[in-house]
Design a protein around this ligand. Structure first.
Ligand code: ADP
Ligand code: G6P
Length: 489
């Protein structure tokens, strides 16, 4: 290990995430443009980084040479490059065909390939090297999500002066599932390079602590105690340390979401959307990345049966399903897209009328404005995830509804359910139960809807993303003096 930390970096706060907040798109004619990246991680971190001076180290979303650091959307961006093979093995492979399904309760079958793991190590090292080169002495580096679980340990080896935080945006699985991972020990060691580990729910933090105990470490009140030998998770120059693991449920910039919804043009657009849909009595809405964890097929099944039973009728009720394209080269996503599209086609064939499809399916990325208008236009938002770390769409819907109208149907298996118990909670595997809750949401009285929405809004506005970030950063920054030996009793 270096005795003196390199002095070349000058950023006091660095976020390291697989994705930059903007995605490079290369058109057929070779011209490039930058568009907002999909997903909850970017939604949450972008406003945090816009308010804090700092840098964001991440990948541009396409293979090939990384551009020079640049400024976009008010943030200093430092691109890291992935080549074609790394996109396949690290991103589409290890991250999204192994860890993603494994951590989401094996909703899909994870694949284990040694070459993918090697690529994962290599790419994690590249992110760690880049962050190490950019960080000022004693800086705080905040590593994000399952794609970069080895970075904390790699970074600590390179720069023992840094404070290191890690936040996992997705669930951390029960040990019985985590144990399937051939590299489980390496992953734990990687994470334990951090001073502070954050998870979405207390259950995720507990799953992590249990994994540590099952691998021979002791834990006390959320602290993992690393022994003072160059053994497990204990890089030699850091003899004894404690690592804290706790829940920090992520959130959104609720005020900004509401301000957008209050703009007259967004309200006009919401009315226009209802008109364009043929002025149905009931508008149901789903907004998700097209991902098998989101339970889109389960939702469609429930809606199909409601049309079949006559509880919903096509001129009277519609489902608008926005499905953002995601991870389109991964087999399981291609298969899922086919299943969704066949199902939508079948429902429309069976229950649609001329000029009145039962399901409006939109496989497109929408801007914030159009999403806000859709949230305002919807009577019921359907969040039916089979497993989800948090689900920010649920919180965005609540923040949008300054009119205290609308109803939220929310899966118990989304982290958001812990915070929003006033939603119409469902188990998406229980199709009859889900149908009954959807119909309760459709028929809810305005007074009851308002009571529920008001309580949920209070929660989302009190616990917004600024509070999430400041709480995490405060504990991470106050971690024991970097080179001191933690007292382990
Ligand atoms: P995940 O992180 O798994 O994608 P979340 O619900 O936590 O799920 O976050 C999704 C984010 O992506 C939300 O901020 C949502 O507004 C945004 N989003 C989802 N679908 C679209 C879309 N079609 N166009 C633009 N943004 C979208
Ligand atoms: C989820 C993950 C993020 C990821 C996002 C979009 O929110 O937690 O880490 O960035 O999905 O997925 P993608 O593969 O497009 O980055």
């Amino acid at each position: 290990p270096p005795s003196e930390p390199p002095k070349n970096g000058h950023h006091d706060l660095i976020v390291v995430a697989n994705r930059l907040p903007v995605d490079r798109k290369v058109a057929a004619d070779g011209t490039t443009s930058w568009v907002p990246s999909p997903g909850g991680l970017v939604t949450a971190l972008e406003p945090v980084m816009q308010r804090n001076a700092g840098a964001w180290v991440g990948w541009s979303g396409s293979a090939g040479e990384a551009p020079e650091p640049f400024e976009a959307r008010g943030i200093r961006l430092i691109p890291v490059m992935l080549d074609e093979r790394e996109v396949e093995e690290f991103y589409e492979g290890m991250a999204n065909s192994t860890l993603w399904p494994l951590y989401h309760d094996v909703v899909a079958r994870p694949q284990f390939h040694r070459s993918w793991w090697e690529s994962y190590e290599q790419v994690n090292q590249r992110f760690a090297d880049r962050a190490a080169a950019e960080a000022a002495p004693n800086a705080l580096v905040w590593v994000q999500d399952y794609q970069l679980q080895l970075v904390p340990q790699m970074l600590r080896r390179l720069r023992p002066d840094l404070r290191i935080g890690f936040f996992n945006h997705i669930p951390f699985p029960p040990y019985e599932l985590f144990a399937q991972l051939p590299w489980r020990r390496r992953v734990l060691e990687g994470l334990l390079g951090a001073d502070q580990l954050g998870f979405q729910r207390p259950a995720d933090a507990n799953n992590f602590l249990r994994a540590c105990r099952r691998n021979g470490l002791s834990t006390r009140r959320g602290m993992v105690q690393l022994p003072g030998e160059p053994r497990f998770g204990s890089p030699d120059h850091h003899p004894r340390r404690e690592v804290n693991a706790a829940a920090f449920p992520i959130s959104i910039d609720a005020r900004a979401v509401q301000e957008l919804a209050e703009r007259p043009e967004i309200q006009m657009r919401a009315k226009e959307i209802r008109r364009e849909l043929g002025d149905p009595r009931v508008v149901l809405l789903g907004v998700d990345r097209l991902d098998y964890t989101k339970g889109i097929l389960h939702r469609l099944k429930a809606v199909e049966e409601l049309f079949e039973d006559g509880d919903l009728e096509a001129q009277d009720a519609v489902l608008v399903q926005v499905a953002t394209p995601s991870r389109e080269r991964v087999d399981q996503y291609q298969k899922m897209r086919q299943d969704v599209e066949v199902t939508v086609g079948r429902i429309n064939g069976d229950y649609g009328k001329i000029g009145h499809p039962a399901v409006h399916y939109l496989h497109q990325a929408y801007g914030r404005d159009e999403l806000a208008a859709l949230y305002l236009a919807a009577d019921v938002l359907l969040v039916t995830a089979l497993r989800d770390g948090m689900n920010l769409v649920a919180k965005e819907y609540v923040a949008t509804r300054y009119d205290e109208g609308g109803a939220l149907v929310l899966s118990e298996f989304a982290g958001a359910a812990n915070e929003l118990p006033q939603a119409f909670l469902i188990n998406p595997h229980d199709i009859d139960g889900m149908k009954a809750q959807i119909m309760r949401a459709v028929h809810v009285t305005p007074k009851e809807a308002q009571r529920r929405m008001r309580a949920m809004r209070r929660r989302v506005f009190d616990h917004d993303v600024a509070r999430w970030a400041s709480t995490f950063l405060k504990v991470a920054a106050s971690a024991v003096e970097p080179n001191a030996v933690a007292s382990v009793s």
